[in-house]
Design a protein around this ligand. Structure first.
Ligand SMILES: [Zn+2]
Ligand SMILES: [Zn+2]
Length: 423
């Protein structure tokens, strides 16, 4: 069911509104991001994200209801469930990649906590570049010509009420602050509408007011926020205050890949009976636009499986002989052991194969799981090359302030005296 697009009500909220209702929430973005990084269980989400129990519970329920996560019971007694990404959420990877890239480039305070990305095809750490699938050219905002489709209009593009209440019920300031500028643009329906209008070429205060149907005080408030984060700037109109115009800054224009990819995801997964909300053409080649991400190093289109998330201190790809082993794959297998609470797998130097997997395991309290049990379990469930050659049971995994496992610290004792500069 979650592999199919959702059918929307005739005349109701369109694909854009549904998308903004879901993605315009920082907790949702963080949960989905960690889900795509391999986090599955409630306790793992709690450990990885600075989130309260109440908020995590409500978001997991919402994401399950919306077909972005699938709840699966892996242990009947006591009942334990895990949350797996679906086709609908897995296909969000380009949007998340675009958000990371934008935050990395334009929000200096945030750059440190974001993962580097390596392109498996060319082996380089890369930056994603937006392109047109039809002609393969780099896509510039000015060349994407958008018109409302049959289900498109401003009123139908604002999020439905159900997902808008969150800030009231949770005291408003409960957000984590990890994607501050993205949320300033995305996390409020007037903000997202205003940035959409700016990308459609609107500049005048009065145009924003009439096309969005928003109260002038709200427009003024959002313009102030966008000015403060440097996304829109006023144009000097020789003092004519009745003719105030605003334009996107370089930082604002650079947000375009996020907007384009999020809109595309929305149309892919939410179908209004009347048809699309937006019809977008690539002005350069004249084809209907399908935006793709390309690798800035080799120029090839990116696909989800070729993008390896490797934060500066987190080499998640092991090179064993000529084979690549993903740490996450080994971690997933060990996590399936009911006595295992948390796992981190690193690559350790190996004379013969280059690198070999080493697992650090936190076991459930009182489970009595031993290292021998874990070796036996790995032996049953993993190909010989993928079995850890060492397993250490430890009390807790070292983590950064944002909750990411500090693999650098786990790796250090194994790599002392070795050179891993090519990794
Ligand atoms: Zn094109
Ligand atoms: Zn590449």
């Amino acid at each position: 069911m979650t592999e199919e697009p959702a059918e929307l009500e005739p005349g109701g909220t369109n694909a854009i509104g549904r998308m903004l209702g879901l993605l315009g929430d920082e907790w949702t973005l963080l949960i989905l991001q960690h889900s795509l990084w391999g986090v599955r269980r409630y306790g793992q989400f709690m450990a990885a994200i600075p989130i309260s129990n109440a908020v995590l519970t409500s978001r997991l329920r919402l994401l399950t209801d919306e077909g972005l996560l699938e709840r699966r019971v892996y242990q009947p007694n006591p009942p334990r469930a895990e949350y797996r990404p679906t086709a609908r959420s897995r296909s969000l990877w380009p949007v998340l990649l675009a958000i990371w890239e934008w935050e990395r480039q334009w929000v200096p305070d945030h750059a440190e906590g974001l993962p580097a990305m390596r392109h498996a095809v060319c082996g380089s750490d890369f930056a994603p570049v937006l392109g047109c699938r039809a002609c393969g050219e780099v896509l510039h905002p000015r060349d994407a010509q958008a018109d409302w489709g049959p289900s498109g209009s401003w009123p139908r593009s604002v999020p439905a009420a159900v997902t808008r209440r969150r800030s009231d019920t949770e005291g408003g300031s409960g957000q984590s602050g990890l994607f501050p500028d993205t949320m300033a643009i995305f996390g409020n329906r007037w903000s997202s509408a205003l940035i959409g209008a700016a990308f459609r070429g609107l500049t005048r205060f009065s145009e924003f007011e009439t096309s969005l149907g928003a109260p002038p005080t709200l427009i003024a408030d959002r313009l102030k926020v966008f000015g403060a984060i440097g996304v829109l700037e006023p144009i000097d109109n020789l003092g004519r205050s009745d003719w105030m115009q605003y334009r996107l800054t370089a930082k604002g224009r650079a947000f375009f890949p996020v907007v384009a990819l999020a809109l595309q995801w929305a149309e892919q997964w939410f179908h209004a009976p009347e048809g699309a909300a937006l019809e977008v053409t690539h002005g350069v080649c004249g084809n209907p636009l399908t935006a793709i991400l390309m690798c800035d190093q080799c120029g090839q289109p990116l696909s989800g499986g070729d993008v390896l998330v490797v934060s500066a201190d987190q080499h998640d790809l092991l090179m064993s002989g000529t084979e690549h082993i993903e740490a996450a794959e080994v971690e997933d297998v060990l996590m399936a052991h009911p006595g295992v609470r948390e796992v981190a797998v690193i690559g350790a130097p190996d004379e013969r194969r280059g690198e070999t997997p080493v697992a650090f395991v936190v076991v459930e309290h009182g489970s009595g799981v031993s290292v021998d049990d874990l070796f036996a379990f790995a032996g049953e469930h993993l190909e010989p090359d993928r079995r850890p050659t060492a397993i250490e049971v430890i009390d807790s995994l070292p983590r950064t302030a944002t909750g990411k496992v500090l693999k650098r610290d786990l790796r250090a004792p194994y790599w002392a005296g070795h050179d891993r500069s090519n990794a």
